[in-house]
Ligand binder design. Structure first.
Ligand SMILES: *[C@@H]1O[C@H](CO)[C@@H](O)[C@H](O)[C@H]1NC(C)=O
Ligand SMILES: *[C@@H]1O[C@H](CO)[C@@H](O)[C@H](O)[C@H]1NC(C)=O
Length: 147
């Protein structure tokens, strides 16, 4: 309990905080870091992207496809970490996969108090290729981004 004199000051303040949904109140997830609408990266660098949400209790984070299917790891090409980070390692151009490198993803944050779904994130991995007819010209190849 709060000591008398101090308590008489603090208690009205605490009541205001609780009424306003402040500390101690359980609430559903709210985005702290939503994924970007687009993630473009090179096969030579790879990329990682994170999402983060706050809530009480802390929400669980997961990545999914637009149809709601959860993302699974694709060895060497895509890794889904528990902390909300999605990793696309560097990859040889021959291993390009449309369903991994040219796909749409969403992050989902959920707890017992609800769930929120992020915006769509369009991923586009490009790989460089020297065109033999144009000396030293570098082309970026990859699927076009649908608008
Ligand atoms: C998640 O974990 C990975 C590997 O431990 C780390 O690199 C990444 O920064 C972490 N992401 C967040 C959002 O903390
Ligand atoms: C990315 O693709 C280019 C072109 O095919 C290739 O030369 C390069 O080695 C690839 N990067 C990696 C990390 O495999």
């Amino acid at each position: 309990m709060l000591p008398g004199a101090m308590g008489s000051w603090l208690v009205p303040g605490l009541v205001v905080l609780l009424v306003m949904g402040g500390y101690g109140q359980e609430h559903g997830p709210v985005w702290l870091l939503e994924p970007p609408a687009r993630l473009v990266f090179s096969n030579s660098t790879g990329a990682r992207v994170s999402c983060a949400a706050h809530g009480s209790p802390p929400p669980a984070l997961a990545w999914q496809l637009p149809d709601g299917a959860p993302l699974h790891d694709v060895p060497g090409l895509r890794q889904v970490l528990d902390n909300g980070t999605l990793v696309f390692p560097a990859f040889p151009a021959a291993r390009y996969r449309q369903d991994v490198h040219g796909a749409v993803y969403r992050c989902r944050a959920s707890s017992a108090h609800g769930a929120v779904l992020s915006r769509d994130m369009r991923v586009l991995a490009v790989y460089r290729c020297r065109a033999s007819s144009a000396h030293g010209a570098v082309l970026l190849l990859g699927p076009s981004i649908e608008e």
